[in-house]
Design a protein around this ligand. Sequence first.
Ligand code: HEM
Length: 414
Amino acid sequence: MWAGFAPSPEGIRKAMPLLDQALTAPIKGYAWLPDLRRRTHGRPVPIRLLGLPAVALGGPAAAQFFYEKGNFERHGAIPGPVLDTLFGRGAVHTLDGQAHEARKALFVALLMQDGVDILAKMVGEAFDEAADGWRGGPPVSLFDATAEVIATTVARWVGVPENESDRIAQARDMIAMVDGSVALGPRHARARLARRRQERRLAELIEAVRREEPLPSALSAIAHHTADGCLLDARTAAVELLNIIRPATAVTWFVAFAAHALERWPGNRARLTDDDFALAFVHELRRFYPFVPFLAARAARDLHIQRVDIRRGALTLLDVYGQHHDARVWPEPYEFRPERFLRRQIGEFELIPQGGGDPRTGHRCPGENITVALLGELVQRLGRLEYYLPAQDLSIDLGRVPARVRSGPLIVVG
Ligand code: HEM
């Protein structure tokens, strides 16, 4: 090739966003969108994804734009394999307009009223009870054990009858649906199987509950919920019941990250007895550690932001992980410093591990109060627990989505 026609490294670098990103994303994992956005100093980046134009954006102003009513829609934005594992077909995540408003009201009524602290206490006590059984025994996987505690307690809280022999299988399925949703191969196959099994089991339960009088439980509320005078079909009702138990079990990821943080920065442990510090620690966990990489939506109309046009229907990705590690928003973003959240109001679009804006009207997670309450209880109890981490691999691979502490971690409780 003539030298004059060979693309320069600078030329390749500039053209990168326009090459199809479908191959880059799975290789780069959490670094994918932050790397692209760094090239434009944080401004929105037009990219190509599976042959189609798309846009990546991030930062509080872009997040506000992403959640502005009328700008974006969710139907068609979530790939089929993610629906078939993580959220379920027909889930609230995929609805727009009035259908979303009506379904979301059900979640808001169930998850954002009184009772959050009661659930957090129940989970905390179940964790302490389980920890009693770990004392003096062999190393325990904090991840697996916490998943069982949370899945069992939350299932009881929503009104799902307990079956001792199902406890471990139920927790394993909830974790599998999250763990394998964007993976390839056996992890994804496990996620599909877990969803099929749990949807079938809970759809049967919904049918049974419908034959009884309504009770004050989430299970009964979902079973008897009507939209336009019609009940949800039993499968969709099961999907939505799972949209409470599964994400609550996902809090396990952050409990494992908490043990990682306490090992790396042990000075935080003694301070967890202070409620304000424990809350700041929880927010820093949700900012610092990798979980949701980005959120996807489609432009509902032709849009324009920061000198970039977004055509109606174009896929738009909000870079959650990148926003949480952007020095313009969080000074020294790669330092784990809970103090940054002490005496600080958090803007509606700044800390977005569970989305931004108002959860009552938009798609922001209605389980955020529950997440913060559960994590607060569990990190304080973990802080009080006498345990040590035996030699193990505590690395976190940012190429794996969702990322995990490779070894669990394993803890030995004294
Ligand atoms: C590890 C903890 C959690 C994380 C990281 C998380 C994250 C998220 C995210 C990123 C969204 C999507 C926001 C958007 O599309 O704009 C979401 C939505 C949702 N979350 Fe969570 N969540 C967590 C815990 C929970 C819990 C504990 C529950 C229920 C008890 C829950 C129930 C839901 C539901 C029902 C939606 C759909 C909301 C909608 O589309 O309107 N999540 N969550």
